[in-house]
Structures are given as structure tokens and as C-alpha cells.
Design a protein around this ligand. Structure first.
Ligand code: CA
Ligand code: CA
Length: 169
């Protein structure tokens, strides 16, 4: 596999992570789907403080994503828009991108009660394969206390989406 191929695969996996319903574009529905799945998994009612926080976080995340990447303003982010907008913006300002996700990340941690096993379950619900989910959740517990810290989670989120473009041949 050459560098270009690795890059394309990474983009495909990042895009797929957002395209929760797998219909080929990212829109508000994907964020809503993710929030609904998480609430169902953890038995948290939509009409509860944590349910509302997750819903609001998902909406804010979608708005931020659309603001960065929905170039033609049709309320859908295609793969082309994702590559052109989100990933480029990310490389320029990874911290800013992570901040867009912060309310959602914080709400997910609240729903998952901030524990390592909880975060692992949440990642699996979001479509991460179980092995990666397990490694990721453990890596977020830098202090080894069995809990995942918001700063750690937001930073990891930013890192995950920073994808280097291959060197020009
Ligand atoms: Ca979708
Ligand atoms: Ca669009």
C-alpha cells in the first residue's frame, strides 16, 4: 500500500465514522442517529438532563461541521466536501475542530459515566470496532484511575482526525 492509498483509506474511515447511517453523506440525521443510539445503549431518557445535553451537543457538532465543510450549503456534507473542508481545516486548526466537538464529547462522557468501560461501549455504539474501542478507551485513562477526562477525550478526538496528506511524488 502506498502513501496515497493509506491516505484515501484514512479519509474513508473518518468519513464513515461520521456517516452513521451509511447513506454516503453526512447530515444532521447522522448526529441524531448517533445520539439516539448512545441514549438507547445506556438507557438514558431523551428527556433528561443528560439526554438533552447529548442532543444539544450533537446539534452543535453538526452545525460546526456544516459551517466548516458544507460548501454548497445543501445541509449535506459529501465526501468531497469533507476532504476539501473538514480535513483541511483540521490540519490548519486541530484545536478549533476539537472544540466544535467538545459539547458532544462532554455529553457522551456524561452518558457513559466517564468510565473506561463506559467509553469503550460508547465507541462501539458509534461504530468503532471493539478492539480499537478497547485500546482507545484505555489510552484515554492516562492517570490509570479507570476514568476518562474530558480534556483527554477532546484532544484525542482532534488527533484522530488529523490526517497527513501524502508527500507529492
Ligand atoms: Ca449519513
Ligand atoms: Ca453540501
Amino acid at each position: 500500500m502506498d502513501a496515497e492509498e493509506i491516505y484515501q483509506r484514512r479519509i474513508a474511515s473518518r468519513f464513515a465514522a461520521f456517516d452513521q447511517d451509511g447513506n454516503g453523506y453526512i447530515d444532521r440525521e447522522d448526529f441524531y442517529t448517533a445520539a439516539t443510539r448512545l441514549l438507547a445503549e445506556f438507557g438514558v431518557p431523551y428527556r433528561s438532563d443528560r439526554g438533552q445535553a447529548l442532543s444539544n451537543g450533537a446539534e452543535a457538532f453538526w452545525q460546526g461541521m456544516a459551517g466548516i465543510a458544507d460548501v454548497d450549503g445543501d445541509q449535506r456534507v459529501t465526501r468531497e466536501e469533507f476532504v476539501g473542508g473538514a480535513l483541511k481545516r483540521l490540519r490548519d486548526n486541530p484545536h478549533g475542530f476539537a472544540e466544535i466537538a467538545r459539547p458532544f464529547v462532554r455529553a457522551v462522557l456524561a452518558v457513559a459515566e466517564g468510565t473506561v468501560p463506559g467509553v469503550e461501549r460508547a465507541l462501539v455504539v458509534l461504530g468503532v470496532d471493539p478492539h480499537t474501542a478497547s485500546l482507545t478507551a484505555e489510552s484515554l485513562d492516562a492517570a490509570g484511575a479507570g476514568r476518562v477526562d474530558e480534556e483527554e477525550a477532546v484532544a484525542a478526538f482532534g488527533r484522530y482526525f488529523i490526517t497527513q496528506e501524502p508527500e507529492a511524488p
